[in-house]
Structure formats: structure tokens, C-alpha cells
Write a protein that binds this ligand. Structure first.
Ligand code: IPD
Ligand code: CA
Ligand code: CA
Length: 267
């Protein structure tokens, strides 16, 4: 295993410990509002601190892009860790046991290492660029679906950007006709990991952030999947409008989206 992946796993497990301890006394967790339906808790912050401490111990000169503390460290080093310390904060606050820690490492702008860790189920999803995607150390592949028939597609509702409601629901409605079922589980990083592990056939969401997707994107690609924006392009890197799955599933999802796309969703 690559030494930097090893450190990423150690960091994710230490954040997982912080999070799981907190689930035993949820009433003691402090919650603040960052934006519309966008919450941060004392545990998001403590978990992020735990991750940074582990990584800094081994790599004191690296840079960081963290959901809660922003950019820090040495961005010029060529090494940048992209961290979502607790993806699925709404689930966590409500006591719904579905959330994760997401850590990716970019080297000179390319994602090289990825970890998504579910501390509730002790499930570890990892990838190193060029070396495939793993679930608890076993190789994973995206599913072989040829179209939407029989598929289960994950999604996220645009709950932080509710002005997309109408467009989102028309896309959902068209897609719903062809799939077997849809899932909205509440953690985008885990959704991406589930696509990489073949548990979901595909996934789409509007307006995700780099820390939601950085690790999951490498997991999906290393599992043989593709990642696009809603027009099949690369705009998702800045827009966060993301579609993933095997190439045939992504093609089928994009076809369902096409009639509904507004300019804001076409990038
Ligand atoms: C959120 C979760 C959720 C997705 C949101 C994300 P957070 O991340 O991944 O599933 O629908 O778009 O912002 O705020 O819990 O880290
Ligand atoms: Ca997140
Ligand atoms: Ca988060």
C-alpha cells in the first residue's frame, strides 16, 4: 500500500473515532448554521482537527483544502489534501447512522489517493490512481448495467439550493420511469463509494463541493466508472453538478437530463 494512502486511512479512522464517540451523547453536540440548511457541529470541527493532526505529523509541508477550516498549509508543495471530516452531517445530527469521512490527496493537481470511511459499519473504501478501487481490501467494480432498466440510482436532493427544485424534480420524474428504484441516503461521498463498490448503479447531484466528491471520484474511476457534468463534460470540477456510473448508465442518465437542462445546469 502507498504510504500516503496508509496515512489517509489512519487519519480517517481517527476522525471516525471522534464521530462515533459523539453519537453516544448526541445531545452534547453543538450545532451552528453555515448557510441555508447547511449545518456544522462541534464534531465536524473536532474530526477535521484529528485528520489534519495525523497528516501533519507525517507530512508537515503539505497543503490542505478542508470543508470547515478552508485552505491551509503549503499549497506550493504540490501536495494538497482535500478533506470532508463528516459527510452526512444532517444524518449525524438526527442520529441516522449513515455518514462518512472523506479524504483525497492531490499531487500536482491530480488525485492520487482516496479514502471514504464509514465508521458506523467499519467499511473502508480506498483507491490509488492506476491501481483500482478497494472495499475492505477487496477489488471493486462498477455494475455492468446496459441501461436504466433494473438499476438503483442514488441521488441527493438540492436541499441547500432549493431554487433548483422544479428542474430537479422533472429530471427525477423522467428517470424514475425507467429505473427499478432510487435512493437518497444523505452522504454524497458514500453514494460515490457505493457506485464504486457496485451497490448503486449510478448517482447524480446538483452543486456538490470539492470535498464531497474528490475521494469518491477517484474510487469510481478506478472501479471502471466515469464522472461527468450534466452535459457529459468536465464542468463538474467547478459546478459540482455530477453524474457517475458505468459509461452506459451515465449515457442513459444524461439522456433523461437533456430536455430539462437550464444554462446553470449545463456546466
Ligand atoms: C452533504 C451530503 C449530502 C449532499 C449535500 C452535501 P455535508 O455534505 O453529502 O448527501 O446532498 O449536497 O453537502 O454537508 O453533510 O458534509
Ligand atoms: Ca459533504
Ligand atoms: Ca461535511
Amino acid at each position: 500500500m502507498h504510504p500516503m494512502l496508509n496515512i489517509a486511512i489512519r487519519a480517517a479512522r481517527s476522525a471516525g473515532k471522534v464521530i462515533m464517540q459523539a453519537t453516544e451523547q448526541l445531545d452534547k453536540v453543538e450545532t451552528n448554521q453555515k448557510g441555508s440548511n447547511d449545518l456544522v457541529t462541534s464534531i465536524d470541527i473536532a474530526a477535521e482537527e484529528a485528520i489534519i493532526a495525523v497528516i501533519k505529523k507525517s507530512y508537515p509541508d503539505h497543503g490542505f483544502i478542508c470543508e470547515e477550516s478552508g485552505e491551509q498549509g503549503n499549497a506550493q508543495s504540490g501536495y494538497q489534501w482535500i478533506i470532508d471530516p463528516l459527510d452526512g452531517t444532517t444524518n449525524f445530527i438526527k442520529g441516522i447512522p449513515h455518514f462518512c469521512v472523506s479524504i483525497a490527496l492531490k499531487v500536482n493537481g491530480k488525485t492520487e489517493q482516496a479514502v471514504v470511511f464509514d465508521p458506523v459499519r467499519d467499511e473502508l473504501f480506498t483507491a490509488t490512481r492506476g491501481q483500482g478501487s478497494q472495499f475492505n481490501s477487496y477489488r471493486t467494480r462498477v455494475t455492468k448495467a446496459k441501461d436504466l432498466k433494473g438499476t438503483v440510482i442514488g441521488t441527493g436532493f438540492p436541499f441547500k439550493v432549493k431554487h433548483y427544485k422544479e428542474t430537479y424534480l422533472s429530471i427525477f420524474s423522467d428517470m424514475y420511469d425507467d429505473v427499478a428504484d432510487m435512493r437518497r441516503a444523505g452522504s454524497a461521498a458514500l453514494d460515490l463509494a457505493y457506485v464504486a463498490a457496485g451497490r448503486l448503479d449510478g448517482f447524480f447531484e446538483i452543486g456538490l463541493k470539492p470535498w464531497d466528491t474528490a475521494a469518491g471520484e477517484l474510487l469510481v474511476k478506478e472501479a471502471g466508472g466515469i464522472v461527468t457534468d450534466f452535459t457529459g463534460g468536465h464542468g463538474y470540477v467547478s459546478s459540482g453538478n455530477i453524474v457517475v456510473g458505468n459509461p452506459k448508465v451515465v449515457k442513459a442518465i444524461l439522456a433523461k437530463m437533456r430536455p430539462h437542462l437550464t444554462p446553470a445546469l449545463s456546466r
